[in-house]
Structure formats: structure tokens, C-alpha cells
Write a protein that binds this ligand. Structure first.
Ligand code: ASP
Length: 304
């Protein structure tokens, strides 16, 4: 594996071996000194042209736990505000000695361009509404650790599918790992291009919820136009919010995931967000280990 840009072409054995490595790194993160020298002397740059809380910190934490050095870039306060191009920014970071760049950008395909321009390894940290592969891997790890595997599970991905890079990454990875995925959304929040996606569709959450093993909630992507395609927020909550009433309709062992940031009171009620079956903080913790596995695979070879 040279870069990690998408889950679309990722095979089952490649995904499972990354998840196995991540399981091992979770054990490292649990040690009194949660650090190994695996990537000493390597440098990981985070180039985030869109806001982030979890993804950027998680990659930095992962790089440091592998003893790599980190370089961090954000557009505000940088020469991007003076008009510097993405290409010049990338080549500048490379000239400072970065071996790998994690790229987040609002333009679909930006990480692929970076991979063409630079000699560095590239990880897609989220490109527009297109892909966010490490999010999908950490979600798969969270489901695997909580329910024992994805084979035969019924997973509902609910809400703003149309503008969600998380949905696009999970729509490919979850079926690759054996799950049966249903996209549950108002027709206006479904993408127009789902032909060929290995998933089913429904617009009726109440009809589906009792059969799901995993409820995967999405934030409405207001910054990409998500809120403009349904009548009102309260109408959205009424049809697609995980309210306490709907939470009560779930199977006893079903779990709830959300990539964050959560909009409490919209896609998830406050009480459900704080329930132990809502695994958002497990997702965050597992994300560090998944990113360690990805960085190690790209910069350090396989763990054998
Ligand atoms: N944090 C995720 C992303 O960057 C999900 C979200 O923002 O809703 O795509």
C-alpha cells in the first residue's frame, strides 16, 4: 500500500490486516508508557484545509505514539491566506522533510492530486463529500470489537448521505467486511449516483430500526448544503432523529455510532448520546490505533 485515499478498492484481507494491527496498537496505547519507536526519524505532516477536531488530533497522537515527528498546517495564519496554491504548500512541506501528508480539503480529489505532485505518502483525511477512509476503518474496528465482527450484521446509515464522505467510505468498507448496509434518508438526502454501491435504500427509519444491529448516525452537513433540502429541522428530527422513543425500538444488543461532531437534539437526542450503547468515545479511542496502523503500514512496512 503506497497511499490510503479511498475504501472503494480496499480488499477484505487488506482491511482486516489493518484492523488486526490496530488491535495490537490499542494494547500499546494501554501501556503505562504508550509509545513505541517504530517510526523514529520519520515525519508526518497534517495539512488540513477544512476544520477538524478528532481527525487531526488523532493522527498527531498516532504519529507521536509511533515516535514520528509531526508538522501541522492550517490555512488561517498561513501563506494560503496570501494566495499560495495547494501544490506550492505541499511541495514546501515536503521540502521540510515530511515523509507522509494527511490531507483534508473541501475539493473532491485533492489528496489524489497531492499524491501526483509529491513523493510523500498521502492519506486522505477527508475530501469534500467524497471519502474519509480512516473514519471507515475506525468505525469497522469499533463494530468488530463491540459485536465480534461485521459478517451478517445489519447496519443502517442514517441521515445526510448525500453530502457525507463518511457515508461514502462506510458504504464500501462495511459490505467488504460482510455487513448488509441500508441507507436510510429522505430521498433529497440520498446521492444521485448510488448505482453500483453495494447497499439498499429506505426512507422509513421506523420500519427499519427494529432489525438493525448498528445504527450509524450522520450529521447534516450544513456547510455543504445539507440543511437546504428538507423543510425544517424539527421535521428532520421527527422522521430521522434517534430520539429516546426510537432508541427503545432497537434490539437489546444494538449499538449506535456517530463520526462526530454530534448535533445533540438533531440526529441524536441528548440522553441517547450519553448512553453506554452509544460508542462515540470508543470510536475516538479506536481511531488513534487505526491511524497508527495506517501510518505504520505506509511508512514502516507490515507488522508481520
Ligand atoms: N468528522 C466527519 C468528517 O469530517 C463527519 C462530520 O463532519 O460530520 O467528515
Amino acid at each position: 500500500m503506497q497511499h490510503l485515499l479511498s475504501t472503494e478498492q480496499m480488499g477484505r484481507s487488506e482491511a482486516e490486516s489493518l484492523l488486526d494491527d490496530a488491535d495490537g496498537f490499542l494494547e500499546v496505547l494501554d501501556r503505562p508508557i504508550p509509545k513505541v519507536p517504530a517510526l523514529r526519524g520519520r515525519t508526518v505532516a497534517t495539512l488540513f484545509f477544512e476544520p477538524s477536531t478528532r481527525t487531526r488530533m488523532s493522527f498527531e497522537r498516532a504519529a507521536k505514539a509511533l515516535s514520528a515527528d509531526t508538522l501541522s498546517f492550517s490555512p488561517s495564519g498561513s501563506s494560503v491566506s496570501k494566495g499560495e496554491s495547494l501544490k506550492d504548500t505541499v511541495l514546501t512541506v515536503q521540502a521540510m522533510g515530511a515523509d507522509l501528508a494527511v490531507v483534508r480539503h473541501k475539493a473532491v480529489g485533492a489528496p489524489w492530486r497531492v499524491a501526483e505532485w509529491a513523493q510523500m505518502r498521502v492519506v486522505n483525511g477527508g475530501d469534500g463529500a467524497h471519502q474519509h477512509p480512516t473514519q471507515a476503518l475506525l468505525d469497522a474496528l469499533t463494530i468488530r470489537r463491540s459485536l465480534g465482527g461485521l459478517d451478517g450484521l445489519r447496519i443502517g446509515i442514517i441521515g445526510d448521505i448525500r453530502y457525507s464522505r463518511v457515508a461514502r467510505s462506510n458504504c464500501f468498507l462495511f459490505p467488504t467486511l460482510g455487513a448488509d448496509v441500508t441507507l436510510i434518508a429522505p430521498p433529497t438526502l440520498l446521492p444521485v449516483d448510488t448505482e453500483g454501491w453495494p447497499v439498499r435504500h429506505s426512507s422509513d427509519l421506523d420500519a427499519e430500526i427494529g432489525s438493525l444491529d448498528v445504527v450509524y448516525l450522520l450529521r447534516v452537513q450544513t456547510e455543504r448544503g445539507g440543511a437546504s433540502v428538507f423543510p425544517s429541522l424539527s421535521e428532520y428530527v421527527r422522521r430521522y432523529g434517534l430520539t429516546q422513543r426510537r432508541f427503545g425500538m432497537l434490539k437489546d444488543e444494538a449499538v449506535v455510532l456517530h463520526p462526530g461532531p454530534m448535533n445533540r437534539g438533531v440526529e441524536v437526542s441528548d440522553v441517547v448520546a450519553d448512553d453506554p450503547r452509544c460508542l462515540v468515545l470508543d470510536q475516538v479511542a479506536n481511531g488513534v490505533a487505526v491511524r497508527m496502523a495506517v501510518l505504520f503500514r505506509l511508512l514502516g512496512g507490515t507488522s508481520g
